[in-house]
Write a protein that binds this ligand. Sequence first.
Ligand code: PMP
Length: 406
Amino acid sequence: MDTFGPPQRVLVRGEGAYVWDADGRRYLDLLAGIAVNALGHGHPTLTAAVSAQLGTLGHVSNFFATPTQIALAERLLQLAGAPEGSRVFFTNSGTEAVEAAFKMARRNRSGGPGGGTRTRMLALEGGFHGRSMGALALTAKAAYREPFEPLPGGVEHLPFGDTAALDEAFSAAAVAERGGVSALVLEPLQGEAGVRALPAGYLAHARRLTAAAGALLVLDEVQTGVGRTGSWFAFQQPEVGGGVVPDVVTVAKGLGGGFPVGAAIAFGERAATLLGRGQHGTTFGGNPVAAAAGLATLGVIERDGLLENARRVGDVLRTEIEAAGNPLVDGVRGRGLLLAVQLTRPVATEVASAALDAGFVVNAVAPDAIRLAPPLILTADQARDAARFFADVTVPDASAPDDRES
Ligand code: PMP
């Protein structure tokens, strides 16, 4: 088999929270395709919805709308608490949702303070937003960026969680010297950076500054959205969002329960001017089968109380792993079912590999941290199985991170 990376195990089947490899070995899936399979594998409702839609109307061009697409857009707007006039732009991935937001930011150029132009975008160090050129310009990691420079210009990366740096970036002096700000793009909880939470009050402060400057507050919830952190969107939790109403929210990963579908949700009357008809487009975005997958996923999350389950089982995972007191484990952080196990030594790659050998899929998200993003259907007993692995795991030596994903 030829791949772009090192050889990988071949997975052939999944059911619920488990997957099986080509040799018939079973694994508890604590990664869910990197925060994707919200309903686990082979969920009957999702399978039926997708099959029925494919048999009814599999695709139309975006010269037309479909009932499924309209219903998913309406449902997303409702769940996001988006006001009258809000719009949804459908994509096939998180990166494309961010790319659409990037274009919206560029469209927010004129009308800056004193009639000036908004030529700068702000993002945060540690931020991950995808790897197409616009999204990559927002992504902070040098190793992802440098081979592809020059990237679209005008993006400044601010130190993570630093309110003073945010104040400086919006200051009159910075605007006079470097131009106005069209958008601030950030993850309410940084996923790829190792599940890092912003300090309390940061988002509310960011909202005040962006509103005053006419800049868009873009929340990238590709990883944190659709129930992953125990609410529909992470920003809706008072401890995370402080009650902010964003201008744009990007989602993908969990939305289709495994089917590729993403969206950029633009809030309020201003939405229509940000990405008007003819200014952006994609053949597959809004595909009825993908929309049916999205509707079914949201429907099951609601029907089966999976937001509550994510909070409850996330707590079990966190407390049981911490209570086990393995000297290799320094603590568990995150919200709901997006967690990182902090290790006391940089041996995450070894721990991830030992986990596979023991029948658990996890991810070395940093040299010294393991990410857990299991299906939202994970049971407390399955969480206890996972915790037992972390209670017992031992690793002799140090190692490097595994950053093949995303
Ligand atoms: N934004 C965030 C916050 C992400 O975590 C990711 C994927 N890790 C992306 C964007 C890119 O999404 P995708 O891989 O679906 O293109």
